[in-house]
Design a protein around this ligand. Structure first.
Ligand code: NDP
Length: 250
């Protein structure tokens, strides 16, 4: 039988209740990891995911945490270490969009997106890093976006946050490489989740035309790329932003 990729590893995934985060949590559990995952409001989805993991024979830990909460992120890490005895992996996935043209964008639209998508990554990574430095091992993957590299109009807040996440990833990768900690980002294009389900047929058609592979990606495809970055087969890769976009960013 094939050895599971993440046996005995303990992971935190932010925003695990639906979409890409949910697919990542399930993929990690299937590969043998113990998984804590966060949600902000969606308790029933968190509970149903936890139940699914229990049926797979896993021991899930759903935790309510707004990633904008710096102290809350520290408490999460302490709780995970108490529950599982260690921590090996952080997947920063939680994110939101509030797309609109700059002239219509309020200060709140700007701050909500920057605070969740960029400061949230700082908060959770800052909370984990001392554990990783002390044990001289750790693996961090952050979900950025192709919008952080090749942005579309009407999302200056999201593009700035996701580009910021890539800068954060590259700087931290250099800083912590001597401690055997790898830091990478995944930059998906359009992925079928609740985030993209609001597009009308016309908008979806316009975006499909821009994608050389002529389809949106799936959450499972993103999860597989995350697994690759977390596993030993990528052990010489750090500081990268892997584009997973059907060719959108070419
Ligand atoms: P969804 O909207 O489907 O899910 C978002 C998740 O993030 C939910 O679990 C939600 O929790 C959680 N979340 C939102 N705000 C916070 C917060 N303040 N604190 C903690 N958790 C929060 O998003 P996707 O699955 O589509 O996206 C996941 C990530 O991938 C995001 O970072 C997104 O920017 C990125 N991405 C998505 C793409 C796409 O096309 N879908 C493309 C490129 C990147 P709750 O359920 O409790 O609300």
């Amino acid at each position: 039988m094939k050895k599971k990729l993440l046996l005995d590893k303990v992971a935190i995934v932010t925003g695990g209740t639906r979409g890409i985060g949910r697919a990542i949590v399930l993929a990690l559990c299937e590969e043998g990891a113990e998984c804590a995952f966060t949600y902000v409001s969606n308790r029933s989805s968190a509970e149903s995911l936890a139940e699914e993991i229990r049926r797979m024979g896993g021991r899930p830990l759903p935790v309510q945490l707004d990633v904008r909460d710096f102290e809350g992120a520290k408490t999460l890490v302490e709780r995970v270490k108490q529950e599982f005895g260690r921590l090996d992996i952080l997947v920063n996935n939680a994110g939101i969009t509030k797309d609109k043209s700059l002239m219509m964008m309020s200060k709140e639209d700007w701050s909500d997106v920057i605070d969740t998508n960029l400061t949230g990554v700082f908060n959770t990574t800052r909370a984990c890093i001392i554990t990783f430095l002390k044990q001289k091992s750790g693996n961090i993957v952050t979900i950025s976006s192709v919008s952080g590299i090749h942005p579309l109009p009407g999302q200056v807040n999201y593009a700035a946050a996701k580009a910021g996440v890539i800068g954060f990833t590259k700087s931290l990768a250099k800083e912590v490489a001597p401690y055997n900690i790898r830091v990478n980002a995944v930059a998906p294009g359009f992925v079928d989740t609740e985030m993209t389900s609001a597009f009308g047929e016309k908008t979806r058609g316009k975006f499909l035309n821009m994608i050389p592979l002529k389809r949106f990606g799936t959450a499972d495809e993103v999860a597989k790329t995350v697994l690759f970055l977390l596993g030993d087969e990528s052990q010489y890769i750090t500081g990268q932003a892997i584009q997973l976009d059907g060719g959108l960013g070419i």
